[in-house]
Design a protein around this ligand. Structure first.
Ligand code: ZN
Length: 278
């Protein structure tokens, strides 16, 4: 199953078109896309037999399929080759930070570059569909509503300034958490634990990896994180980025005014953004 957010309304993929969930359900489910995660099981059951008129979807109207999660957790150094390029040993426990919710944006459009050195990090993003508290690895996938594509945009100077790094702040400028273009349920993938992901800048491929290379897999992350705090329906987990970020290059390379950043995860879709200097 695939869902998306068209100009603030939840839509569901059916055959070769999209249907409007609020209208097709006669008001049983709200139009607001974030609310659906509270009733994910009920929604999935309804969606199987759902019918309705197709709605026209203009790419430019697509917003984040998860517009206002209560918690955004993000994981650093979760691919061996990225830990290497960052000059760190492979971690024994996942380094975790947050991206503040005001950084969430949609799958297409312009993102304003703040002062500093802005870097790309394509990531697989898992969205929680069932309250998850102290769940085991074996139960973890059952708590995932779906997967989407994310960019963990990072302003490296603020991220690494001060006596201790400021990951959360340096990665939370407006537009620094683009998500989309849709949410795909785990059952849609041939192998949900082995998806290609990558990104390009102005057509040049800069990152390419597979989620099977994650040091801490999606179920492992959910087990570890939910052991510390409850993961709430609609929460978002950025799972980490493979090698190829700008900071890990010689010479270092960062995003510049007018650059086009295109990010993809196999079986989900593509994000496309233009970076613009304010
Ligand atoms: Zn990241």
């Amino acid at each position: 199953m695939r869902t998306a957010n068209v100009a603030g309304r939840l839509v569901l993929r059916k055959d070769d078109g999209w249907i409007d969930v609020e209208r097709a359900s006669g008001g049983r489910f709200a139009a607001e896309p974030q609310e659906i995660f509270e009733r994910w099981d009920e929604f999935q059951a309804w969606a199987e037999g759902a019918e309705g008129p197709s709605v026209a979807v203009d790419e430019s109207d697509l917003l984040s399929p998860v517009p206002s999660p209560r918690q955004i957790l993000a994981v650093g150094l979760n691919y061996r080759d990225h830990a290497d390029e960052s000059g760190f040993a492979v971690p024994e426990t996942p380094p975790v930070f947050t991206k503040f919710v005001s950084s969430v944006t949609g799958p297409y459009g312009d993102i304003t570059l703040p002062d500093g050195s802005v870097d790309w990090e394509v990531e697989l993003v898992a969205v929680i569909g069932r309250h998850a508290w102290q769940v085991s690895r074996d139960e973890a996938w059952e708590h995932v509503a779906g997967l989407t594509v994310g960019q963990d945009l990072s302003e490296r100077e603020l991220q690494l300034s001060g006596p201790v790094p400021q990951f959360s702040l340096g990665k939370s400028h407006p537009g620094f958490a683009p998500l989309g273009p849709c949410l795909v349920t785990p059952d849609e993938f041939g192998n949900r634990d082995d998806l290609e992901l990558g990104c390009s800048v102005n057509g040049e491929e800069v990152q390419k990896g597979r989620t099977s290379q994650l040091i801490f897999s999606v179920p492992d992350l959910i087990a570890r994180l939910s052991g510390v705090l409850p993961l709430l329906p609609g929460d978002v987990i950025f799972t980490g980025t493979p090698a190829g970020v700008g900071m890990g290059r010689t010479p270092k390379r960062f995003l510049a005014d007018g650059d086009e950043l295109v990010s993809h995860v196999e079986g989900i879709g593509t994000l496309r953004h233009r970076l613009v200097r304010a």
